[in-house]
Design a protein around this ligand. Structure first.
Ligand code: FBP
Length: 546
């Protein structure tokens, strides 16, 4: 494999570990836990993994363990730092006993079911340290939920002598990790399952998880690109740039990029929902900012759009909820063409939702009616909201022009940033955080834990002061409707409108809309002064500001 000079130099970077993980550990148990919602139902569904205590690791005495093997799965969308979770786990497992082996299941959870795996050898591991991507073993979105899949999994786990499986994934994948942990515990199969919090979306966080890995690097990568666009925009002064940002439902990425770049406009889906804004309200909001800048002679600007915004417009949210139910009907499973699917949903939804459906531009409506991803999510990254909104703003401005309310020129450019950031080389923060998450997972395994997620806390402090431990996955669960049925799932963290990051943004956005007060963050730096290389996201800094 040919490698760049940067990659060569980066391979030599030794990620930092929390002090507690630098030697043997002892697990300190907190009080029994409860799920965040539907306690009685979750307890009944997870009798073997419910109510376990939060674990914190402290320095302890060495223990000798017989050799054991571990399996690892990368699940879902790529996020910077995945390879470092694996290298942390690899080093952690080997430090417990050099004879221990690590096996990677290929292309996601499907690799476990199909018995598609490879051993991660020291030589292989060394090629991937501190690199972006999930290509060491690949990732996939197969949903692990059927007993038959769990049984196929146990066959290969037994064959390879695997005592514990680590699943690196987002909220949906960790929910499945917990279901698998419960199943193996109930059957007394003796295989532990540990989760690791991954997703660029930043929506897998709560009181126990400060951030999901990859969010830091992805946001810094997008912010570099947005900064470059803003400089171009402020140089030519002739375009409005509509920039859609990944993040699925939550607006954490858009908000973080706004905090880093100070664009003229940033939409926050959670606010759109809270204010019960219609699509026309959103368009009017943007058009007014464009008109106000035009009145000062500024026919240029930047608009950040979270990719899930459509789902948060209340009327469309109701429509999507009904579409999800309709698409989960058994008859829907036999449909073969997109046109048939469109006709099917139109003939099955309520009159009220049908009129909303018909009011949408045809391409958006068609996308909402298409198949969900394996976890039942609308594939929002496929909806071209940036083009939809700019088209609608242009129409509104044309009307305002006639009445004299708008005097300007509206040239537009469109961008969608998502895939550009998911495989970026991890920032120092993600490199250290991920390595620690993986190393910590090895300690949870050594302590016999199952149904836990690896957690590292206090991460705005220097790495040595980070706090390592584990949190029972059931603690984060509640019941939600998925594919037409109520299911136990990890509660997704959306942007909190009374949280410090949004409040900071809300206090500054009027100024940013009017003035050209852009910040150009530049590329991620790996070497140099700490204030340039080791800063966490603004979101985390604001959330943790004492
Ligand atoms: P995960 O939730 O699996 O981490 O994926 C995040 C994400 O990048 C979303 O931001 C985006 O909507 C989606 O994946 C795109 O999915 P795909 O990779 O299947 O195109």
């Amino acid at each position: 494999m040919a490698i760049s000079n940067l990659q060569k130099a980066r391979a030599a970077y030794q990620p930092k570990l929390p002090k507690a993980l630098q030697g043997p550990v002892k697990a300190v148990e907190g009080a029994a836990t409860q799920s965040v919602g539907n306690q009685a139902e979750i307890k009944e569904l997870f009798p073997n993994t419910y109510g376990m205590p939060v674990i914190t690791f402290e320095p302890g005495a060495p223990v000798e363990l017989p050799p054991f093997n571990v399996g690892i799965i990368l699940s879902g969308g790529q996020a910077p730092g995945g390879h470092n979770v694996i290298s942390g786990l690899f080093d952690g497992v080997k430090s417990l006993n050099p004879a221990n082996k690590l096996y990677g299941f290929i292309l996601g959870p499907g690799g476990l079911v199909d018995h598609n795996y490879m051993e991660i050898t020291p030589e292989l591991m060394d090629q991937y340290r501190n690199t972006g991507g999930f290509d060491i073993i690949g990732s996939g979105r197969t949903k692990l939920e059927e007993e038959d899949q769990f049984e196929k999994g146990i066959q290969i786990l037994r064959e390879l002598g695997i005592k514990a499986l680590v699943i690196i994934g987002g909220d949906d994948s960790n929910t499945n990790a917990c279901v698998l942990a419960e199943y193996y515990a109930a059957k007394k199969y003796g295989v532990q399952v540990i989760g690791c919090p991954k997703t660029i979306d930043g929506d897998l966080k709560n009181e126990q998880i400060e951030t999901s890995f990859g969010f830091d690097t992805a946001c810094k990568t997008y912010s570099e690109l947005i900064g470059n666009i803003q400089r171009d925009c402020n140089s030519a002064r002739k375009y409005w740039h509509f920039i859609k940002l990944m993040g699925r439902s939550a607006s954490h990425i858009a908000l973080e990029c706004a905090l880093q770049c100070q664009p003229n406009i940033c939409l926050v889906s959670e606010e759109v929902e809270a204010k019960a804004m219609s699509l026309d309200d959103v368009v009017t909001y943007i058009a007014e900012a464009v008109a106000a800048r035009a009145a000062e002679g500024n026919n240029f600007g930047t608009v950040l759009i979270p990719e899930g915004i459509i789902e948060f417009i209340p009327a469309i949210k109701k429509l999507i909820a009904e579409l999800n139910d309709v698409l989960a009907l058994p008859e829907a499973k036999t449909i073969t063409t997109a046109n048939e699917q469109l006709d099917f949903v139109k003939s099955h939804i309520s009159r009220e939702n049908l009129s909303v459906f018909k009011s949408l531009p045809a391409d958006v409506a068609a996308q909402l009616a298409l198949d969900r991803d394996p976890h039942g999510n609308v594939q929002v990254s496929l909806i071209e909201t940036e083009k939809l909104l700019s088209r609608m703003v242009a129409d509104k401005l044309a009307v305002w022009k006639k009445s004299g309310k708008y005097v300007g020129k509206f040239g537009t450019q469109h961008h969608f940033f998502g895939y550009e950031g998911r495989c970026a080389a991890p920032s120092n923060y993600d490199a250290d955080y991920c390595y620690s998450l993986g190393y910590n997972a090895s300690r949870l395994i050594a302590n016999g834990k199952t149904g836990y997620m690896s957690v590292i806390k206090n991460t705005t402090a220097p790495a040595a002061e980070w706090v390592a431990g584990g949190v029972p996955i059931t603690m984060m669960m509640n019941l939600e409707k998925r594919n037409g049925k109520m299911k136990p799932v990890i509660r997704k963290a959306l942007v909190e409108l009374d949280g410090a990051p949004f409040k900071y943004f809300a206090a500054h956005r009027e100024k940013w809309a009017k003035e050209t007060d852009y910040v150009y963050p530049g590329p991620i730096q790996y070497w140099g002064p700490s204030e340039v290389c080791d800063q966490t996201t603004k979101t985390l800094q604001l959330e943790q500001a004492k």
